[in-house]
Design a protein around this ligand. Structure first.
Ligand code: NAP
Length: 313
């Protein structure tokens, strides 16, 4: 297989930085490696350009931005998610043959996710891709379904305050979720671009590290930090009402945050249905507890005792 020419969109975002670094570490596997951005954002990518990325200055929705690339990876955030169908059309017009929509979470194309508006733009994007592959010979797309990032298990957005040692959930502590470290998600994304293409037009890689209930997440934090967490549980309806209150006052981020919180505690839902595809890739993902230890150590909250922390190795 010829080595791909890859264009990243949204490369300076929270996930984009992990993915950009992973591609840089594997620069020699790609014919071209580029970031699409605009003149006004060019300054954000100076370091990446120095390290080996090409910068394409252009519009997300202009076909000329995508000329010469076979693979486009969208890492866009919520505020611009709705632009993806137009981006896909521009990429197809330029001859792109593989599009990665901005997924990288639970499988929001099934179960209770289907009725949660938080995931609406991702669902619209995949519906657009499904229609596009029917109309466009040679065009394919890939979904990388990772589950939640362990980094977010240590953030207030997901209900955890690692400094105050508190946990708030809209739902049940028995709710299980699938988790993976962001750096491993980036490795799955990169390695998937190098895999031979199967016959299907839609490739889906389901690649969480493991599944842990919220009570196990909190127990892991307590073990690693050596403290007890104060846990508060609200009903799912509380999250719905708080999302609605945010919507009424025009607070889009607040509305999305509470819709996400509802999803995080939703009993009886499966975020990433099995079978999973980790076996297709050539590395072992970091285990949840090791990720928690590493992330907290990187923040300076706990002493890092993992093998990478031993001097001289
Ligand atoms: N599974 C999980 O736990 C988890 C956690 C976080 C994110 N995710 C997923 O990962 C993907 C990326 O999320 P993220 O948090 O990394 O996104 P983000 O940091 O909010 O944004 C990513 C990029 O989107 C572009 N962007 C954002 N707002 C924009 C606007 N108003 N106008 C133009 N461009 C804008 C920017 O691109 P430039 O770099 O070009 O400026 C930005 O760097 C999403 O699909 C998200 O759902 C999953």
């Amino acid at each position: 297989m010829a080595s791909p020419s890859v264009l990243l969109i949204g490369a300076s975002g929270w996930l984009g930085v992990h993915v950009s670094n992973e591609f840089l570490h594997n620069r020699s596997s790609f014919t071209r490696l580029a970031i699409l951005t605009t003149e006004s954002k060019r300054h954000k990518f100076t370091d990446m350009e120095t390290k080996g990325f090409e910068l394409i200055i252009g519009s997300y929705t202009d076909a000329s931005s995508f000329k010469g690339f076979d693979t486009v990876i969208s890492l866009l955030g919520n505020h611009v998610m709705a632009a993806q169908p137009a981006i896909i059309d521009a990429a197809i017009a330029a001859g792109v043959t593989e599009f990665y929509p901005s997924e990288y979470g639970g499988d929001c194309h099934q179960g209770a996710y289907l009725t949660n508006p938080y995931f609406r733009e991702k669902q619209r994007t995949v519906a657009h891709l499904r229609a596009a592959v029917q109309k466009t010979p040679g065009f394919n797309y890939t979904l990388v379904i990772t589950g939640a990032f362990v980094e977010f298990a240590l953030m207030p957005l997901f209900g955890v305050d690692t400094e105050k040692h508190t946990f708030v959930l809209y739902g049940s502590s028995e709710k299980r979720a699938e988790w993976v470290a962001a750096a491993d998600a980036a490795r799955y994304i990169l390695q998937s671009t190098l895999l031979p293409k199967a016959a299907g037009r839609e490739r889906v890689f389901r690649v969480p590290e493991g599944v842990y209930a919220w009570k196990e997440v909190v127990a892991t934090l307590e073990k690693v930090q050596g403290v007890k967490y104060a846990c508060t549980y609200y009903s799912q309806q509380d999250a719905v009402e708080r999302a609605e209150a945010c919507r009424e006052r025009g607070d889009v981020d607040g509305e999305l945050a509470f819709l996400l919180k509802k999803s995080l505690g939703e009993p009886g839902t499966v975020g990433v249905p099995k079978p999973w595809d980790n076996g297709v890739f050539n590395f072992e993902p970091e285990r949840f507890e090791d990720s928690v230890r590493r992330i907290l150590a990187e923040r300076g909250d706990v002493e890092w005792t993992g093998i990478q922390g031993i001097q001289g190795l």
